[in-house]
Design a protein around this ligand. Structure first.
Ligand code: SAM
Length: 232
């Protein structure tokens, strides 16, 4: 068992869930003990409550199981999260940054945003919801520049949306975590080629790409790209 900040990684044996034998399980220290967000298990370990983090429902958890460092987002970080949906992953990011951190969560579909506000933002004091289009990057700067931009909007111009938000809202040497859904960009092209193409786009726009993690078997045709915005 290994603890990095508010993320706990357990090595497991035997069937780990749908579709395979997971060797690792990830959990986050629950910022709001006694409260689950999407029906996940609450687990007490040495007197502290953790929430189990389902890699089939969260691409960030899937990437951690596949080798993304658990401290990619840290305690106290300020995170601009684009595409929160109902807030499954955002709630774990809220656990990770803890009470001194902040998560600015952006979602443009009012139906899921309502659930996000009700189930996550209302309960977690470190989450600020914006019901807005992620393309309106100038609206998200009220809390100063952030340490991490997390972008999971599944749009054809997802990389451009991420780059624009980083230029406006990310600190120099801050980190971009970009989820690439290859079929949103090109339904015919080999996903690996799409991941290469989007990584090159980031490099051309002032980022150093550090990791490209394909998310199968948890999510087909998706990758997580972790990149750092090179300081001026
Ligand atoms: N990140 C979520 C998670 O892990 O729990 C899942 C996000 S889902 C794949 C993509 C979300 O992005 C959808 O809820 C969609 O409504 C939202 N979205 C797509 N385009 C957007 C945009 N331009 N601005 C804001 N939200 C957007």
């Amino acid at each position: 068992m290994e603890m990095t900040g508010n993320v706990l990684v357990k090595e497991t044996r035997g069937p780990g869930g749908r579709g395979g034998r997971a060797a690792r399980q990830v959990l986050t220290r629950n910022l709001v003990p006694g409260t689950a967000t999407y029906g996940e298990d609450l687990v007490k370990i040495d007197g502290t409550e953790y929430r189990s983090w389902d890699p089939f429902r969260s691409k960030l958890a899937a990437a951690m199981i596949k080798g993304l460092p658990e401290d990619i987002i840290r305690r106290g970080d300020k995170v601009l999260y684009l595409g929160t949906s109902t807030g499954t992953t955002t709630s774990h990011v809220s656990d990770i940054v803890g009470e001194k951190g902040l998560v600015i969560g952006v979602e443009f579909s009012s139906r899921v945003a309502r659930q996000f506000v009700e189930n996550v933002a209302r309960i977690r004091k470190n989450v600020i919801p914006y019901i807005a289009d992620a393309r309106e990057s100038s609206r998200f700067g009220s809390f100063g520049r952030v340490d991490v931009v997390y972008c999971d909007v599944a749009q054809q111009d997802q990389t451009e949306i991420a780059i624009d938000n980083c230029r406006r809202n990310l600190k120099p040497d801050g980190r971009l975590i970009l989820i690439v859904k290859s079929r949103s960009i090109d339904v015919i092209k080999d996903p690996k080629e799409v991941f290469r193409q989007e990584s090159s786009k980031l490099e051309r726009n002032g980022f150093s790409v550090e990791k490209v993690i394909e998310l199968s078997p948890f999510d087909r045709d998706h990758a997580l790209i972790s990149a750092v915005l090179r300081g001026a």
